[in-house]
Design a protein around this ligand. Structure first.
Ligand code: GLN
Length: 381
């Protein structure tokens, strides 16, 4: 069979989660909380289910939710998105990114992305006949190289995919990065797709640099964010996309034929829940988990890299005798089986498997889970 995605297998997240279950390991691999969401949100969901919100939502999403999103974005980043024409509620952020790429990319169009990159970006480009143009970010800083971006731009560049706070490296783009991005794109028609699903998880008093803060960028951008990440409901698969009117019109042409609309009851529940401002607690909530975990594993023998945002922290094992000879995938599998803690190899986020012997851990877990993982990781030292 002539596959459109000949190199795609099972995702690394599924692979490591299955292995974690088989090995009875603490699963710090796939990124999802092991605790439940706010009971108030569950109550609102039950209310929505029992109030007859059980048929199709409008294609762009329930108006009250789009309204609530517009208000939140205005309060956070000072940009007004018209709930009527510039916001779409999607079936998760992965679907939003896929719809944006489907709306933009013609066969042969190039899309610039930064590796390590979340694993859905490249297949979405390929499925639409596009050509991924990866720019490599390197440990330990993972800073974008703006000369490399300039060199990667071509008359065929249709879009550039960016992601801050960054999965998997937990690094943030700075205001200077945003200004550089605006500068290099100034005389082009390149569209920005900005994956901001970890926008509320930014630590140590730092600021999330949403493209929505930068009018020159926002004019040419799709901004994607996620209720799943913000409210501990990754299983609800509900997110949203923002864009200026003309770009959003194109997005919706694709979106309506991919899913038409998304799950109605959860949209009604979230419309009620959003104004309570739970997202404002998230940075402190996850910073505490990061600190607890990082302190507990500080002396286990791995070399920990900074986590500025997201709910991930990475570590290098390259210096360890014998273990340092393994690939990141081998080390992740070994750690899961022998130490009982699952993680994700960063090599899985590079198209060519580029391997700097760094692995990612998710700290969106209960305190007892983090303590147990730390206790097991001490066996490395
Ligand atoms: N976004 C999460 C992660 O990076 C989960 C992704 C997935 O399972 N597709 O781990």
């Amino acid at each position: 069979f002539d596959s459109k995605l000949p190199h795609a297998g099972t995702t690394i997240f599924t692979h490591m989660t299955v292995l974690a279950q088989q090995a009875n390991a603490v699963n710090l691999g796939q990124g999802f909380p092991d605790f439940d969401c706010d009971p108030e949100l569950l109550r609102l969901m039950q209310e929505a289910l029992q109030s007859g919100h059980n048929q199709y939502a409008p294609m762009a999403g329930v108006p009250a939710l789009r309204e609530a999103v517009a208000q939140q974005i205005q309060a956070l980043y000072g940009r007004t998105y018209d709930p009527g024409t510039e916001i779409t509620i999607t079936a998760g952020a992965t679907q939003a990114i896929h719809a944006a790429i489907s709306a933009l990319v013609r066969p042969g169009d190039e899309v610039i992305l930064f590796e390590p990159a979340f694993d859905s970006y490249e297949p979405a480009i390929l499925l639409n006949g596009g050509k991924p143009v990866p720019i490599r970010l390197r440990a330990p800083d993972y800073r974008p190289d703006w000369d490399a971006v300039l060199a990667a731009l071509s008359p065929r560049t249709r879009a550039i995919l960016i992601n801050s706070p960054h999965n998997p490296t937990a690094r943030l783009w700075t205001a200077e990065d945003m200004q550089m991005l605006a500068e290099v794109l100034r005389d082009t028609n390149v569209v920005v797709i900005s994956d901001e699903v970890y926008e509320h998880m930014v630590f140590d008093g730092k600021r999330h640099e949403s493209v929505a803060r930068y009018p020159e960028l926002a004019e040419r951008s799709y901004v994607v964010s996620s209720f799943g990440k913000a409210f501990h409901i990754t299983g609800w698969k509900i997110a949203y996309c923002l864009a200026p009117r003309a770009l959003m019109a194109e997005f919706q042409k694709a979106h309506q034929f991919i899913v038409f609309c998304t799950h109605a009851p959860s949209q009604h529940a979230l419309a009620q829940y959003l104004p309570c401002g739970a997202h404002l607690q998230l940075a402190a909530f996850y910073q505490q988990k990061r600190d607890l975990f990082v302190n507990a594993v500080a002396n286990c023998g791995l070399r920990w890299l900074p986590s500025e945002g997201s709910y991930f922290v990475s570590a290098s094992f390259a210096h360890l005798p014998v273990l340092g000879e393994m690939s990141s995938l081998e080390f992740s599998e070994w750690l899961t089986r022998e130490i009982g803690v699952a993680c994700i190899p960063l090599s899985a986020f590079y198209h060519d498997g580029f391997d700097e012997k760094v692995v990612r851990f998710c700290f969106a877990k209960r305190e007892d889970t983090l303590h147990e993982a730390a206790r097991r990781l001490q066996r490395l030292s």
